[in-house]
Design a protein around this ligand. Structure first.
Ligand code: FE2
Ligand code: FE2
Length: 173
């Protein structure tokens, strides 16, 4: 019981509920292609986990952990190499996600029911738009300023989607 309750609480961010309806959209583009590619993969992993059957769930959760380890290591490396000033709170958030995912993995590995931790996919879907809009967008802008002397110009198609927030207005200013 403790594991199934702890997972959504640690990952979720209030005000960004997607009700699990996460899908890739140009709204998530941040203008740093390597980061955008990783975020596409992240969304694919979340959708695969959300849609997994009981027998598929453990393998897809392992894939999610592997993806997040690489994704977060990559961003941590970018933060270190560019001396990003707000690195610690960004990495703390990554660590909270990984703790929750590993707890879910361990829970199932020890014979726990998948239904008790399946909500971790919904929690990830709720977490990502806010994290991408605020923390990853700030990192993308920082890298672009350090590399090119300005923030990236991002062209997005007008597609109906979940709105991850105000990244567009930051870039427009
Ligand atoms: Fe990211
Ligand atoms: Fe991040």
């Amino acid at each position: 019981m403790a594991v199934s309750k702890r997972i959504p609480v640690e990952i979720s961010r209030e005000g960004h509920s997607t009700h699990g309806e996460l899908a890739w959209s140009d709204e998530f583009l941040l203008g740093y292609p390597a980061m955008d590619d990783t975020h596409r993969d992240f969304v694919c992993c979340v959708v695969a986990l959300r849609d997994a059957s009981e027998t598929e769930f453990f393998g897809r959760l392992q894939d999610m952990v592997t993806h997040c380890e690489q994704h977060f290591d990559q961003e941590a490396q970018w933060m270190r190499t560019t001396e990003f000033p707000a690195a610690q709170c960004h990495m703390d958030e990554h660590e909270a996600v990984l703790r929750s995912l590993r707890a879910a993995l361990q829970f199932i590995a020890k014979g726990g029911a998948h239904s008790r931790v399946a909500s971790v996919a919904l929690a990830l879907a709720d977490w990502f738009p806010g994290h991408a809009t605020y923390m990853d967008a700030a990192l993308s802008h920082w890298i672009s300023k350090r590399t090119f002397g300005g923030i990236p110009v991002v062209l997005r198609r007008q597609l109906p989607s979940i709105s991850p927030g105000s990244a567009r207005s930051e870039e427009g200013g």
